[in-house]
Design a protein. Structure first.
Length: 142
């Protein structure tokens, strides 16, 4: 009997290893668009944009993970992602996120430092992207 080919997928954020398992496929939010990674994919380095990584086991989506940005290293036997920020989609809580967005907006208004404001603007963009993702995927996650 033929055993299907698998690849090792690992996602690391600055805080922890978010995901590390053998899977059948991952779809990454590449800077030039979504890209599917199957076992024995050609080696490459890929820049990731804000979006969702979909992790497949067989033909079913096993997990969805939001990433703000990062890089992926694809090799013959696997895929390693280093992300600036990563959270399981099922762990996004809209009420907490909305409160965070309001807090960041107030901090932006109150901060005179240009560099600090720029960092806060980046955090606001990431939080808004998570909220939009939650709204789009909510029917799927119920």
């Amino acid at each position: 009997m033929h055993t299907p080919a698998l690849l090792h997928f690992q996602l690391i954020s600055p805080e922890k290893i978010v995901f590390s398992e053998v899977v059948s496929m991952v779809v990454l939010p590449g800077a030039q668009g979504a890209i599917g990674i199957l076992p024995h994919h050609a080696p490459m380095i890929l820049t990731l944009q804000s979006g969702v990584i979909e992790i497949f086991q067989s033909e079913e989506i096993k997990e969805r993970i939001f990433v703000s940005s990062g890089f992926a290293e694809i090799i013959d036997t696997g895929c390693n992602v280093i992300a600036d920020d990563a959270i399981l989609v099922k762990d996004i809580h809209p009420d907490d996120l909305q409160a965070y967005i309001i807090q960041i907006m107030a901090e932006i208004e109150a901060t005179p430092d240009i560099d600090e404001r720029e960092l806060l603007q980046q955090n606001l963009s990431i939080a808004r992207a998570k909220m939009e993702l939650f709204r789009r995927l909510r029917p799927i996650n119920k």
